[in-house]
Structures are given as structure tokens and as C-alpha cells.
Ligand binder design. Structure first.
Ligand SMILES: CC(C)(COP(=O)(O)OP(=O)(O)OC[C@H]1O[C@@H](n2cnc3c(N)ncnc32)[C@H](O)[C@@H]1OP(=O)(O)O)[C@@H](O)C(=O)NCCC(=O)NCCS
Length: 172
């Protein structure tokens, strides 16, 4: 199912569910993006066994150029991974991928979204800040290879105005 190419400036971009058939392409993105990439088995178990997991890919002109994933637990969305093929970075695909995750989380009634990002990963921090995420904590030594702190960022509420509804219905 495509979740978000409406209003996108390029109809060549489609964000849709990730399938097992995408794993070869996703592993290329993964291995070119992270020093300790997830294995095929990790993605397989996310797609097949983890009922909390949602994984999406972004296709550009039919090619898988980015992927992203999250866990939806109760009313929280926890982003696990977002990555764009190096040759496609800087063209709005990371933002489109995050928009796809946010749209899907909102559809599934999530109220807030969180993620961890390496302290040195200023590009990703800028992306998240642009989308309204704010840093609310630090996990010291969260990453290995190299050892590095993670900043914990939140977008809360996930959708503007979602927390503004009155707790007690009006009597009128
Ligand atoms: C982080 C990542 C997903 C961003 O994807 P992208 O497609 O390159 O980013 P976009 O083109 O959508 O840019 C969105 C915003 O990110 C920020 N950004 C993107 N490239 C940047 C750069 N080179 N320098 C600083 N900020 C940058 C900007 O805020 C940008 O908004 P703007 O274009 O209005 O300035 C991509 O760089 C990536 O895959 N990195 C490796 C994996 C990774 O670090 N994932 C995040 C793990 S927490």
C-alpha cells in the first residue's frame, strides 16, 4: 500500500510497505549507511515476527532509494531506522520517508514519536528538528563502533493539536 505521495512535488516518488522481496535493496542501503548494519535475519524477523513493526520503502522511478521503520507500541511510535542510498541523499527523500512514517503512525492512532540519533549525526538531527522533533534526553554510550552517546528526540504531539482536545466533554 502506498502511504504518501499525495502532494509530493515528484510523482516518481512512492512510499509503500516494505516486502520480503525488497530485502536485497534494503540491505544495500543499510550496509552503505551504518557502521554496524542490521543483518538480513534482523530485517526478516522484523517483517515476519514483530507484530509491532512497520517498515516502509521509498521508491524513486521504481528503484528502492530509502527505507524506514518503527515500532508502534500503545500510543507511541519508536523509529528504529531511516536511511537513504548515498547517491540519493540531499534531495528530500529522507524527509519524505519520515513523512511516510509519521503519516502511518498517525493512521494507527500514535500520539507521539521518538527516536535515538548519534550525537555526531548532525544531518539526521537537522532532519528531525525540521520535522518538529526536540531533544529531551541522552543515552550515554548507546552506540558502539564507535562508542557514542545517543540523543533522544521526541515529536509530541505527533499531529498538531492532537493533545488539545478537552479531557472532559463540554456539557453544551
Ligand atoms: C539522515 C538521512 C536519512 C537524511 O536523508 P536525506 O534524504 O539526505 O535528507 P533530505 O534531503 O530529506 O533533507 C532533509 C533535511 O535534513 C537536513 N539535511 C540534509 N542534508 C544535510 C546536510 N548535508 N547537512 C546538514 N543538514 C542536512 C536538512 O535539515 C534538510 O532540510 P533542508 O533541505 O530544508 O535544509 C541520510 O543522510 C542518511 O541516510 N544518512 C545515513 C543513515 C543515517 O544516519 N540515518 C539516521 C539514523 S538516526
Amino acid at each position: 500500500m502506498a502511504v504518501s505521495n499525495q502532494g509530493d512535488p515528484s510523482p516518481a516518488i512512492v512510499v509503500r510497505d516494505m516486502y520480503l522481496a525488497d530485502l536485497d535493496d534494503v540491505l544495500v542501503i543499510e550496509r552503505s549507511s551504518f557502521p554496524t548494519p542490521w543483518s538480513r535475519q534482523s530485517f526478516l524477523s522484523e517483517l515476519v515476527d514483530n507484530t509491532f513493526a512497520v517498515y516502509l520503502v521509498l521508491e524513486f522511478c521504481g528503484r528502492v532509494a530509502a527505507y524506514g521503520g518503527m515500532w508502534l507500541i500503545l500510543d507511541e511510535a519508536h523509529v528504529t531506522n531511516v536511511a537513504v542510498l548515498p547517491e540519493f541523499r540531499g534531495h528530500g527523500f529522507g524527509e519524505a520517508m519520515m513523512d511516510g512514517l509519521i503519516a502511518r503512525a498517525a493512521e494507527r492512532q500514535a500520539q507521539r514519536m521518538t527516536l535515538e540519533v548519534a550525537r555526531s549525526n548532525v544531518v539526521a538531527q537537522n532532519l528531525y528538528a525540521k520535522l518538529g522533533f526536540v531533544q529531551l534526553g541522552i543515552r550515554r554510550g548507546y552506540y558502539s563502533n564507535p562508542v557514542e552517546d545517543a540523543l533522544i528526540m521526541w515529536r509530541d504531539p505527533l499531529v498538531a493539536g492532537a493533545h488539545d482536545a478537552p479531557a472532559v466533554p463540554s456539557s453544551e
